[in-house]
Design a protein. Structure first.
Ligand code: FE2
Length: 251
């Protein structure tokens, strides 16, 4: 039986060395070495690794190739969805042609892995909840800012609605008889204290078992976040939250 792992928010710097995350403090010290060490310790060549977003800091596909090749050399099949910082992410056709053989992606489709069916989308910020209470906001050494910039509420609503539509398109492709249905999103689909959301309602409608996601950095150490809501397990796999150790999702 092969295992399924998950790890998000690698923010790899090989294609854009100026953007190394090392400036963000001890949690990010030697992070690429940490990723490689932990990955090699747990992932077997026959395993699948879910990577829900913010893979690379590169600004275009050519620079991202360095990061993609680095991931490709690690064992296992890798499955991606886009994060908000994956500026390099091209059109689906270009991406399909550019990805190394061990890597696949989800966009309005589903991925079948033996008897497991996997869907997903990036999602976006929404007005239904915020995870700000559990984040230890720090000064961004690159910008001098502490909190994230103000967002245009109308624009946010529009993007979120479009993402809900994309989520449905993907979930429509899940295999009806799948033994396990997994969804990967970049943004958290529910609040850290598991208040229901438009996304949790959709996941319940489609009989999803597990949802993995990332995006949250500097989560406070003393709080417990996410868990199980109405039979669905919500698992945060943001790199610095899990010390860059892939989390085993199944079996
Ligand atoms: Fe992100």
């Amino acid at each position: 039986m092969t295992a399924i792992w998950a790890l998000a928010d690698l923010h790899l710097p090989f294609g854009n060395p100026e953007k190394s995350m090392e400036i963000f403090g001890p949690a990010w010290a030697n992070y690429t070495q940490k990723i490689e060490k932990h990955w090699l310790a747990c992932v077997a060549p026959e395993d699948l690794v879910l990577m829900p977003g913010d893979l690379s800091w590169a600004h275009d596909l050519e620079c991202a190739k360095k990061d993609l090749d680095w991931i490709d050399r690690l064992p296992g099949t890798k499955l991606l969805v886009r994060g908000n910082h994956d500026y390099w992410w091209p059109s689906p056709t270009k991406l399909k042609n550019a990805l190394p053989p061990s890597m696949h992606f989800i966009r309005n489709n589903a991925f079948q892995w033996m008897d497991v069916s996997i869907g997903g989308t990036r999602l976006w910020d929404c007005e239904h909840f915020s995870c700000g209470d559990v984040i230890d906001f720090k000064v961004n050494p690159a910008t001098g800012a502490i909190s994230p910039p103000e967002t245009d509420k109308d624009a946010m609503r529009k993007i979120y609605e479009r993402e809900l539509h994309r989520l449905r398109l993907s979930l429509d492709e899940l295999h009806k008889d799948a033994h396990l249905k997994i969804v990967m999103t970049h943004y958290p689909p529910v609040s850290h204290d598991l208040q229901p959301s438009p996304v949790s309602a959709i996941l319940e409608e489609y009989g999803v078992d597990i949802c993995v996601f990332g995006h949250l950095h500097n989560v406070k150490k003393d709080v417990s976040i996410f868990g199980e809501l109405n039979g669905i397990k919500y698992i945060c796999v943001a790199g610095d939250y899990i010390d860059f150790k892939p989390v085993k999702i199944a079996p």
